[in-house]
Design a protein around this ligand. Structure first.
Ligand SMILES: Cc1cc2nc3c(=O)[nH]c(=O)nc-3n(C[C@H](O)[C@H](O)[C@H](O)COP(=O)(O)OP(=O)(O)OC[C@H]3O[C@@H](n4cnc5c(N)ncnc54)[C@H](O)[C@@H]3O)c2cc1C
Length: 565
């Protein structure tokens, strides 16, 4: 049996940051269902926030102002000390990344360049043109290879094994051979990313099924604030590829079919650079009012920025528009519509990335430390992955040094692996049932139609019923071919159960939260209600069903106010 001191699940930014800070005297390995450089982090475009105060318009910036913007942007659901920690750590983190070799864009004097982003009082987003995730991921991967971190690529984790409140390891399905295997680990860090593909309209890559979050949930770890799903205002119509907020940061306008910069009706001061929840709702409202084009999109106009600036600051955006929409933003406005983009909720952990289970940690988009609360500001997610990934690596190392290995773990892990094997055998035996892609498509449409930007009791109840119906169908899915090697169908079957769990938890949380806060907009409860709902939702899998609890938000320095932009 494979034995590790620290097992990091996920080779994106959070996973690599964790592996890099793990104690070099411990055996650390990274498991990833795709090669680490194909992790979704590679797609991040616009940038990463830190109050470096390098921009001439941002000389008065400070980590405290960054923390204030983050907490206000979160609609006061963020845990304030966690947000402060992230913003304070942001500054040394960017310089560390720079010293590791990240090629940030520069201002003429040579300092790291910073651009404006939504919901930020100062231009504090550091970037590498519009390929920021790519360059950070490649740099961290090179460093991980240098540190001789072991990688198990194209292995899908299917189970997290916990006994008596202690994590023992995981069970994996090796995509390259079709084999099921247990891995024993003294500490496990999940850095498995978001669940965007639970929705039909999303900016997320095809691998983002969120299975890590649901695997932790099924193993008994609570999920926090899952009803808060971010919809990005500017995805390219109709493919939903992201057009970075950096495009508006560089000066892009949003225009309706009357040629009006409609954000003046919704956020007269911040305009296009209001937080994403506000801009996404404004955009959808314009489309619903008939002020869009073909009833589906509005325009993002970059023409006035000029070809030279587009080539320098937004080269990938120009390429995406040319290749996927057949238009050049130098001379045509970009058709855009909102799409699911980010998961604010996730595995319940504290600011040391520790869960309630000994030896189990989570970091990055799969985790909910609660720095983003009800709405994440652009540029804060890359920051979260690196800051909290590093903390998770350090904390897991500390835990392993103080813990003892359990002899009984091997037997338990082998039994759990057999259970996974028997599931695969069952899917191979069924001859006439459901093809997984049909169920996948149904689920995504339910979520986009009924659990989207605007929500109501009626829609959410319908969604729950339909999700439960899909569970019945799921018991009759089957694998069509005999070959288990590189079977994407089998991967989808494994992960679909996770997607059903996530869909149910998101919908349940949204149904129960009878208020509007950040990204969660209830048509039937359109106001924020601090007296009843200034609290986190926690959903746990208990006795074969979800159970909801609540926990108060830690309000410290920043008292909740009405958000005005
Ligand atoms: C198009 C786009 C652009 C973005 N741009 C920005 C930006 O400019 N700035 C910003 O701050 N944020 C941005 N974000 C958000 C940000 O990119 C992500 O939140 C962040 O990169 C997530 O990193 P992560 O390490 O948590 O997860 P990921 O990078 O998604 O990595 C997840 C890893 O987990 C592995 N994995 C998942 N499940 C399993 C399993 N069951 N078994 C084994 N392995 C598994 C995957 O293989 C992968 O290696 C953007 C998001 C999108 C969609």
């Amino acid at each position: 049996m494979i034995d590790q001191d620290i097992l990091v699940v996920g080779g994106g930014l959070a996973g690599l940051a964790a592996a890099l800070t793990s104690d070099a005297n411990l055996r650390t390995a990274v498991v990833s269902k795709v090669h680490p450089l194909r992790s979704h982090s590679v797609a991040a475009q616009g940038g990463i926030n830190a109050a470096l105060a390098n921009n001439p318009d941002g000389k008065d910036d400070s980590w405290e102002r960054h923390a204030f913007d983050t907490i206000k942007g979160s609609d006061y659901l963020a845990d304030q000390s966690a947000a402060e920690l992230m913003c304070q750590e942001a500054i040394p983190t960017i310089y560390d990344l720079e010293h590791l070799g990240v090629p940030f864009s520069r201002f003429p004097g040579g300092v790291i360049a910073q651009r404006p982003f939504g919901g930020a009082g100062f231009p504090r987003t550091c970037y590498a043109a519009d390929r920021t995730g790519l360059v950070i991921l490649h740099t961290l991967f090179e460093q991980a290879v240098k540190k001789r971190i072991e990688f198990y690529n194209e292995w899908l984790v299917t189970k997290l094994v916990i006994r008596d409140g202690k994590c023992l390891g995981v069970v994996i399905f090796d995509l390259t051979t079709g084999q099921v295997m247990p891995i024993r680990a003294r500490a496990v860090i999940f850095a498995t990313g978001g669940y965007g593909r639970v929705y039909s309209r999303t900016t997320n890559s095809f691998i983002n099924h969120g299975s890590g979050i649901a695997i932790a949930y099924r193993a008994g770890v609570a999920l926090k604030d899952m009803e808060f799903v971010q919809f990005h205002p500017t995805s390219l119509f109709p493919k939903n590829i992201l057009i970075t907020e950096g495009a508006r940061g560089e000066g892009g306008y949003l225009l309706n079919n009357k040629g009006k910069r409609f954000m003046e009706d919704y956020a007269p001061s911040a305009m296009e650079l209001a937080p994403r929840d506000i801009v996404a709702r404004a955009l959808q409202t314009e489309i619903d009012k008939g002020h869009g084009f073909e009833e589906q999109y509005v325009h993002l106009d970059l023409r006035h920025l000029g070809e030279a600036k587009l080539n320098k600051r937004l080269p990938a955006i120009r390429e995406i528009c040319i290749h996927f929409a057949g238009i050049d933003p130098v001379d045509k406005p970009i058709p855009i519509q909102p799409a699911q983009h980010y998961s604010m909720g996730g595995i319940d952990v504290d600011k040391t990335c520790a869960s309630a289970v000994r030896g189990f940690y989570a970091a990055g988009e799969c985790a909910c430390v609660s720095v983003h609360g009800a709405n994440r500001l652009g540029g804060n997610s890359l920051l979260e992955t690196v800051v909290f990934g590093r903390i998770a690596g350090e904390e897991a190392s500390r835990y392993v040094h103080g813990s003892e290995g359990g002899e009984e773990a091997e037997k338990i892990l082998l039994e759990e692996a057999l259970e996974i094997k028997s599931r695969v055998d069952k899917w191979r035996k069924i001859e006439d049932g459901w093809k997984i892609h049909l169920l996948l498509n149904k689920l995504k449409i339910i979520m986009s139609d009924k659990v989207g930007i605007f929500r109501s009791k009626e829609d959410l109840r319908h969604a729950l019923k339909e999700i439960q119906g899909l569970r019945q169908d799921y018991s009759q899915v089957y694998v069509s071919g005999d070959c288990l090697r590189y079977s994407q169908e089998l991967v989808n079957i494994f992960e679909f159960e996770s997607m059903l769990d996530l869909a149910e938890v998101i919908t349940l949380g949204a149904l129960n939260r009878e208020e509007t806060r950040g990204s969660h907009y209830r048509l039937d409860f359109p106001k924020r209600d601090d007296s009843n709902w200034l609290k986190h939702s926690l959903v746990s899998w208990k006795d074969g069903q979800p159970r909801i609890d609540y926990r108060d938000v830690k309000i410290e320095k920043y008292k909740p106010e009405e958000r005005k932009y």
